[in-house]
Design a protein around this ligand. Structure first.
Ligand code: CP3
Length: 318
């Protein structure tokens, strides 16, 4: 999560001279980069190397991932005419990506591959703002000034996200994660009315595939119940809410994922050990718990600290 591979020297080596989005469309690189953390750390699952904007690029949206900034869209989408240009995702648009899923499933053997997509709100925020945004100003202005255009835009994006998830699962991914990274910028009322139905539509669109669906956001303490209601099997929790408290908000019928604070990987080993134990203990309140960071690995993280964390978690009783 959170561009995790960037902290690895072997990642930086293979990415040398290859632009981020180009690497996402190269089967050999997607396979290699996805495998790197599995090889190094022996984690229990692999997260597919791609980006949430890849399906948008694949249908022809003029965008790039700018190093140090994030996704940047050449012409922000704020009108009906622009929305009409967002077409469905066809398998031919992502052939090298789907080849990579197939190759990985063979190489991973019994280690599951988690596919993913960006959720409608987070993708819409990039499309409407034109790039990363702290305040999501244009996005929130659009949702309240032209709710019909907003709903139509999210419905479009939801279809594309659902199609991308389906293609990954059909090629062998054994779980999916829907990233609504910026949903925490919303009030609960706005989330419920203007966003949740569309995230629910994405999750529902892959319900028949019978794979676990993880629904993740950052700063979503107030939204956890609603994010669970949107239909996920597992709700991702950042480090702000302890997992036992998160379980009270989400309810007993869903599992949780999280929520080790990624900045604590910069602390001494004994602090990492103690915090990992606490997260595991708090997670026992849940029906099921996928141990993970509360958001992703920061690029300057020492890979040996991550190894230590993985070893600590593996040493604990399930
Ligand atoms: O962790 C992984 O490497 C798995 C693959 C993955 C990437 N992006 C690769 C990537 C995943 C799951 C994502 C999801 C993603 N992308 C999200 C949702 C998760 C989250 O972090 O909340 C978001 C918001 C994005 C958009 C995005 N892409 C940002 C904000 C950035 C960082 C830009 C920067 O340089 O600071 C990216 C680029 C990106 N995506 C990188 C990677 C490995 C780094 C680019 C590089 O190495 O050149």
């Amino acid at each position: 999560m959170r561009q995790a591979g960037r902290s690895l020297p072997e990642y930086r080596a293979v990415r040398e001279g290859v632009a981020m989005l180009d690497s996402c469309f190269r089967t050999d690189l997607v396979v290699e980069i996805t495998m790197q953390p599995v090889r190094r750390y022996g984690v229990d699952a692999a997260i597919f190397f791609s980006d949430i904007v890849v399906p948008l690029k694949a249908i022809g949206v003029d965008l790039d991932i700018v190093p140090g900034t994030g996704p940047v869209v050449a012409e922000p989408i704020r009108s009906r005419a622009q929305l009409d240009q967002l077409r469905d995702l066809e398998p031919d648009d992502v052939t090298p990506i789907i080849e990579a899923v197939r190759g990985l499933v063979g190489e991973l053997g019994s280690t599951p591959l988690i596919g993913f997509a960006g959720a409608p709100f987070t993708l819409a925020s990039y499309l409407v703002e034109g790039g990363p945004s702290r305040d999501h100003l244009h996005t929130k202005a659009l949702m309240h000034s032209d709710p019909q255009l907003w709903h139509d835009l999210l419905e479009r994006i939801a279809r594309i996200a659902g199609q991308f998830l389906r293609m990954q699962v059909e090629a062998g991914a054994s779980a999916v994660q829907l990233f609504d990274s910026w949903a925490g910028a919303l009030s609960l009322a706005d989330y419920r009315e203007l966003v949740m139905p569309h995230s629910a539509a994405v999750l529902e669109s892959v319900a028949d595939l019978d794979v676990p669906r993880i629904h993740f956001g950052v700063g979503t303490g107030e939204l956890l119940g609603a994010m669970g209601e949107a239909g996920a099997d597992v709700v991702g929790v950042d480090w702000r809410v302890p997992l036992d408290e998160a379980v009270k908000r989400i309810g007993p019928d869903r599992s949780v994922q999280g929520n080790f604070d990624p900045t604590l990987l910069f602390a001494p080993r004994e602090v990492i050990t103690a915090h990992a134990r606490r997260v595991v203990e708090e997670g026992r309140a849940a029906r099921g718990h996928v141990f993970n960071l509360g958001h992703g690995v920061l690029p300057s993280t020492d890979p040996d600290a991550v190894s230590h964390l993985v070893d600590v978690v593996h040493s604990l009783e399930v």
